[in-house]
Design a protein around this ligand. Structure first.
Ligand code: 5GP
Length: 214
């Protein structure tokens, strides 16, 4: 029987490009399975049920959560999100590394249940870049962009609790560093230390930027 696959949790501020990094990692390497989450938020243009998310009603979501079929779940800017437990377990058993794109509350729940999980936080090169990416994707109203930036400012306080911090400035570099850390988890702390100061500065930058755009 093959070795069980690893569990890799990827978090990062809304707009940092987690989805793009994950897609590119999976395009380059075939040992990964992406865990499709359930959510109560509405699909964005171009999103497909079963590919980006399983889009559920609030009742459907609560039923899943209460029947203990979610590995974790959390609220995020007015909607619920959760990770179906069965696919994660089954794919790991088959030896594939499972990727979770989840926010911090969920990440800490998973770490409680699966202490061997590797946690990675992606940060943008600057707060300005993050803000522009959110505005330029034209999927959120100005108020929602602001709420997501506010949430980022809160989340910034927890970045250092992750095993690894990576900067998504150049996609190619970020994808290769992520792959390296998954292959060699002992390198995670090297990247955390390297990017720690940048993560701290970012917290201040986000707060300052939020005041400017008020
Ligand atoms: P978005 O609405 O932009 O797709 O996602 C909003 C946030 O929810 C992101 O930070 C994303 O990582 C997080 N998220 C997506 N799926 C899950 C999930 O299953 N559980 C948790 N806890 N967070 C999730």
């Amino acid at each position: 029987m093959s070795e069980p696959g690893k569990l890799v949790i990827i978090s990062g501020f809304s707009g940092v490009g987690k989805g793009t990094v994950i897609k590119e990692l999976m395009r380059r390497y075939d040992e990964f399975f992406f865990s499709v989450s359930v959510t109560t938020r509405a699909p964005r243009p171009g999103e497909v049920h079963g590919r980006e998310y399983l889009f559920l009603t609030e009742e459907e979501f609560q039923e899943l959560a209460q029947s203990d079929r979610l590995l974790e779940y959390a609220g995020y800017t007015g909607s619920h999100y959760g990770t179906p437990a069965d696919p994660v377990r089954e794919h790991r058993q088959q030896g594939r590394h499972v990727l979770l794109d989840i926010e911090i509350q969920g990440a800490f729940q998973v770490r409680e249940r699966c202490p061997d999980a590797l946690t990675v936080f992606l940060i943008p090169p600057s707060a300005q870049v993050l803000y522009r990416r959110l505005v330029d994707r034209h999927t959120e109203t100005q108020e929602k962009v602001r709420n997501r930036m506010l949430r980022s400012a809160e989340e910034a306080a927890y970045i250092e609790k992750y095993d690894c911090i990576l900067v998504n400035e150049d996609l190619d570099t970020c994808v290769e560093q992520l792959h390296q850390v998954i292959q060699h988890p002992e390198m995670a702390s090297h990247f955390r230390e390297k990017n720690r100061e940048r993560a701290r500065a970012l917290q201040e930058e986000i707060r300052a930027l939020l005041k400017e755009v008020e």
